[in-house]
Ligand binder design. Structure first.
Ligand code: ADP
Ligand code: ADP
Ligand code: ZN
Ligand code: ZN
Length: 834
């Protein structure tokens, strides 16, 4: 057993952030330390907010001492002292995927390596013809292989790979209408649209005729011309008044749309204008985003886009083969190209090794960051740390096990061991007991959530946790044997039968989903679970049903190589509604809070507007909205916080000095109901609010749904942007649960257990089963053993990831899956079963 001397310890004294109750704790440096506890207990507040926050504050003060006061208001970890802590590198799940332009290649730093390889070791044609860049012969630089640099991007699509054009069928969706009847849907409303119409009438266009009867040249001119003539519109009599004459400037519909997209200040107007555009593959670069010269360069007989499109597993195999090949040659035979490869390949291979070992070999470099799960994103960032070769830092990680099959978790332990061996520390916020029990030290925070948590329940060597009476986590250290379901519900709604599914790595597979059951889709990461659940079933059902509730971004039409094909589908008519719940953040602005998202705030505002005090002043519900000018704090416009401008720490907020975070102005806060101001209500936790709103059935129902799913600790005013993915998902589920839909609904979830303590997983699982008991159908892509064990039906995909996966290995009950030797998932279930 490891022993530690006093000098090896980090000491935290009197931490008070969020719900932390003057917490003091010590833990060893140079070790793997796991922070555990139910959701809302305070483990992130301690690990990220306090420990990483204090390290960050110290760092910022050392690089920018002049900004001490500003930093103090933006980064305030509310702790007396953190002593002995090394600098931290935090990989948090809450942080977003980064700019729209990042992808697997840029995040992992593999892009840089590959561009250098193409620049130094690629096969460059003698004479590259590229008039726009004036390159004739000679080597291209690494920058020429990036779609993000001005020399690298395709000159015709600016490196996007697509061209956006206003499309006739969108500008004029119904050609049976006349212009007078509104055929041109893309025209703005109000005076400008009328102005365009009057110009056409002056020019002699018959605006009363159906669009399809106008002659082609006229239609093309109206939609696409670049001419902008000034036309004198003659006086017209309308509604008894004479209007005009006036000078009107003509603009074709597409010209108007382009100008709006380029110039408007309003997101809404831009989005409206863009909705009339269609994307098509750029004809110059064929969607490969690079300038023509770069696209002609080949390395290992491939263009750069071909390599960035490969699975990382395949890329690793290819580059390793090349490296082994040149390693057997004598360096004196090297030309400059091979010399460059000898230098560049080892780093590239080291990153690829780490990435694939962390279960990400199924990704490709060109996968956009915003299509990755939070777990994949974090592991990718983790893998890219490997080549940084940092020494003496502490990695602070948020649930690195997310998205990993039990068979893949040991690779994480190996990576941590490597970090420790290199002289670093690892701090984990983790729910997975197989990882927690491998840590050197455990800090269990709790015992429960919110005000019922925020204490240290246990801090010590890992083996000591299991016997701590008060710890909820302790009960899961040695869980009893799993009971595997062998008595599925009767599939009362029949079956959804899909035959010959081909999509991404799934090739010609048949899948049957029993309706009225809970189906778990399992397999290692990259085996095709999300592809089957979201991409195939989600998109087929979405097209067939009239109601869909989904938080997937709209308008992400599949590209040609991302299409779903099936040879036959039966049973779709049984499904009336589709609900797809993800861990995507709710809303992007701090204007959305738990109370507004769940809809209960509407009722609260009505209650305040109905008080005698408010009626006397003639104040309506608008007065009690922090998004409306009358009632909100003018300083922060109702946000409760103001952005602090720190160039080295963008997006930092400090509490509003005028309303102190209350969001409303003083007059609004003079109105009370049952002794609470509207700001007081927002400060209540769900559990507290339940007693306040006892006799308000509307509000109560929403609160009960939140509590049932383990969110009793969350405050009504909690900003949607500050929720974890797991919390956001459960709030969406709670909102759905209180709807109580009668129509047979298909619910889709992608790894809903992510971010949840085992105790919270049990709560979530119970709610999913409740939906099925009500007659609905639930499909989850999952790794969590306890959830899989209770499913009615398991579809196991595999055997591996990417091209090695995508096949249905088994489709049966959990109990029978455990008896199958060919299923990795079955083997792990069997190992934990009684
Ligand atoms: P855990 O990581 O254990 O799930 P957290 O540390 O995120 O728990 O939360 C602990 C408590 O602090 C909860 O009651 C939560 O609502 C509250 N909390 C979390 N983030 C914030 C915040 N930014 N502002 C105020 N309270 C917060
Ligand atoms: P799982 O959910 O089991 O982790 P996925 O369904 O995400 O697996 O991935 C299956 C295969 O499909 C992998 O080879 C992966 O790289 C590929 N893939 C997944 N999502 C996309 C996407 N948005 N675009 C292209 N390929 C994808
Ligand atoms: Zn292009
Ligand atoms: Zn304010």
């Amino acid at each position: 057993m490891t022993t530690y001397s006093d000098a090896d310890f980090v000491r935290v004294v009197d931490a008070k952030l969020h719900n932390l109750n003057n917490v003091s704790v010590e833990f060893p440096r140079g070790a793997v330390v796991a922070f555990t506890g139910v959701s809302g207990s305070g483990k992130s507040s301690l690990a990220f907010g306090t420990i990483h926050g204090e390290a960050q504050r110290k760092y910022l003060e050392s690089v920018a001492p002049f900004a001490r006061r500003l930093i103090g208001s933006a980064v305030d970890p509310q702790v007396e002292l953190v002593e002995g802590m090394p600098p931290t590198v935090a990989l948090e799940q809450r942080t977003s995927a980064g700019g729209a332009r990042s992808d697997v290649g840029t995040i992992s730093a593999l892009s840089n390596s590959l561009r250098l390889l193409f620049s130094r070791a690629g096969d460059h044609p003698e004479h590259i013809l590229d008039s726009s860049h004036g390159i004739a012969g000679g080597r291209l630089t690494a920058g020429h292989f990036s779609p993000y640099t001005s020399e690298g991007m395709c000159p015709d699509c600016q490196g996007v790979g697509k061209q956006f054009e206003p499309a006739e069928e969108l500008m004029v969706p119904d050609p049976n209408l006349s212009i007078l009847d509104g055929a041109i849907a893309a025209w703005p409303g109000a005076w400008l649209g009328k102005n365009f119409r009057e110009i056409l009438e002056t020019l002699g266009v018959d605006t009363a005729r159906p669009w399809r009867e106008l002659d082609e040249a006229t239609k093309q001119w109206i939609l696409y011309t670049d001419e902008t003539p000034i036309i004198t519109v003659l006086p017209v009599r309308e509604a008894g008044r004479t209007q005009g004459p006036y000078e009107g400037k003509w603009e074709s519909v597409s010209r108007y749309l382009r100008r709006t997209v380029a110039a408007t200040q309003s997101d809404k107007n831009r989005a409206r204008a863009l909705s009339f555009f269609t994307a098509s593959t750029c004809p110059t670069c064929h969607g490969h985003r690079l300038n023509p010269a770069a696209l002609q360069v080949r390395y290992l007989d491939a263009a750069i886009w071909e390599l960035t499109h490969l699975d990382l597993d395949a890329l690793l195999a290819l580059l390793r083969r090349r490296y082994n090949h040149i390693a057997t040659r004598a360096p004196r035979d090297d030309g400059p190209e091979i010399g460059a490869e000898r230098i560049l390949l080892p780093t590239t291979l080291a990153i690829l090794d780490a990435v694939t070992q962390l279960g990400l070999g199924h990704l490709s470099m060109d996968r956009p960051a915003d299509t990755l799960s939070t777990g994949e994103l974090q592991r990718l960032r983790l893998a890219s740390q490997v080549h940084e070769g940092l020494f003496g830092v502490a990695y602070v990680l948020d649930e690195p096990s997310a998205g990993l099959h039990p068979a893949e978790k040991h690779t994480l332990s190996k990576l941590f061991a490597r970090f420790i061996a290199e002289g670093n520390s690892v701090l984990l916020v983790e729910h997975d007991m197989s990882l927690v029990t491998q840590a050197d030290w455990v800090i269990d925070v709790g015992p429960k959530a919110g005000v019922h948590g925020g204490r240290i329940v246990y801090s010590g060597p890992t083996h000591g946790l299991a016997t701590v009476e008060e710890s909820i986590t302790a009960r899961f250290v040695h869980p009893g044997p799993l009971r595997l379901n062998d008595a599925p519900r009767h599939p009362v709604r029949g079956e959804l039968k899909l035959a010959g599914i081909t999509a991404r790595n799934i090739v010609d597979q048949d899948v049957t989903i029993p309706l009225g059951q809970l189906t778990a889709v399992t397999g290692v990461s990259g085996s095709g679970k999300s592809t089957l659940v979201t991409h195939v079933i989600g998109s087929l059902v979405r097209k067939a049903v009239s109601t869909t509730v989904t938080d997937e971004p709209a308008g992400e039409e599949a590209t040609t190589d991302d299409a779903v094909a099936v040879t036959s589908v039966a049973g779709l008519e049984q499904i009336q509604r589709l609900v797809h719940i993800t861990q995507r953040p709710i809303g992007r602005t701090p204007r959305s809070v738990v109370a507004t998202y769940t809809g209960l705030f509407d009722r609260v505002r009505r209650i305040f507007a109905d008080t005698d005090q408010a009626r006397r002043r003639d104040w309506g519900i608008g007065r009690f909205s922090f998004n409306v000018a009358e009632g909100r704090c003018p300083e922060c416009s109702g946000l409760g916080q103001i952005e602090v401008e720190l160039i080295f720490l963008p997006g930092s907020y400090a509490t509003c000095p005028v309303c102190h975070g209350q969001r409303f102005n003083q007059e609004t806060l003079t109105i009370t109901w049952r002794g609470f101001t509207v700001a007081d209500i927002l400060a209540l936790s769900v559990a507290e609010a339940k007693s306040v709103f006892e006799d308000e059935p509307h509000v109560l129902r929403a609160l009960q749904a939140l509590e049932a799913i383990g969110l009793g600790y969350i405050t009504l005013g909690q900003r949607a942007t500050e929720l974890s993915g797991g919390e956001a998902q459960r709030i969406k589920l709670a909102t759905e649960l209180q709807r109580n839909a009668a129509a047979h609904t298909l619910y889709l979830f992608d790894e809903p257990s992510t971010g949840l303590h085992p105790a919270d997983v049990d709560l979530l699982n119970a709610q999913l089963h409740r939906l099925v008991d009500q007659g609905h159908t639930v499909i989850v892509a999952e790794h969590h053993q306890a959830m899989i064990a209770t499913a009615d039906h398991v579809i196991d995909l595999g055997p591996g990831a990417g091209d090695d996966g995508g096949r249905v290995i088994a489709a049966t009950t959990p109990a029978r899956l455990a008896a199958l030797s060919g299923s990795l998932t079955g083997q792990y279930l069997a190992a934990e079963a009684d």
